[in-house]
Design a protein. Structure first.
Length: 191
């Protein structure tokens, strides 16, 4: 994959994305990149050197797997490589998506600041859908209780200050399955 095939640049920590279009693989995603995605879409192997294990599965060295994943990150094909904990199993029983109506001129600066706060796992910009949905900043908070999440939201409100016109906390009511990038396997492709 060459740099010219990148359709978007990687976001810096805390940076708000300016659109919510679905990300698709760039035309330059070759068969080896595709094999890496297929080999890792259910997670990295839990072994001391997961890159080497993936490399063995797809016929590449571990360093080539790492280099290709890094290029996919930089191009925006994949957003991140991270552990995905089950917050409920860790005792975080109150999970609230806080939504904020924030001045557009302040959202990037505030997004950077808020993303670094304890309890924040996600922080991103989304378009408003007025008149019914005025919120443009989404911040996922995790706490052991709703009171803890509400304290975190109040700390964010204090930080946003006058740039905040309104906000809400939307609590999780059930656990949804979390998955990363998925590609259809060869047998799933038409033709």
């Amino acid at each position: 994959m060459s740099d010219s095939t990148c359709r978007s640049r990687r976001l810096r920590p805390g940076e708000a994305r300016h659109d919510d279009r679905a990300r698709t693989a760039p035309a330059g995603l070759d068969e080896r990149d595709r094999a890496i995605v297929l080999a890792t879409q259910d997670g990295l192997p839990l072994v001391p050197d997961p890159w080497r294990a993936v490399g063995q599965a797809v016929g590449l060295s571990g360093s080539e797997v790492k280099a290709r994943l890094q290029r996919m990150l930089e191009c925006g094909v994949i957003r991140r490589i991270a552990a995905v904990p089950n917050h409920y199993c860790l005792g975080y029983l109150a999970n609230g998506m806080t939504v904020w109506d924030v001045e557009d001129a302040e959202i990037d600066r505030l997004g950077h600041e808020i993303a670094t706060l304890p309890g924040v796992s996600h922080c991103y910009r989304r378009p408003r859908h007025r008149p019914h949905w005025p919120y443009n900043l989404f911040v996922m908070l995790h706490g052991h209780s709703r009171e803890e999440v509400e304290r975190q939201a109040e700390a964010i409100h204090q930080r946003i200050g006058a740039a905040c016109r309104d906000h809400r906390i939307l609590y999780s009511s059930r656990i949804l399955k979390k998955t990363g990038l998925r590609l259809a396997g060869r047998s799933d492709r038409p033709g």
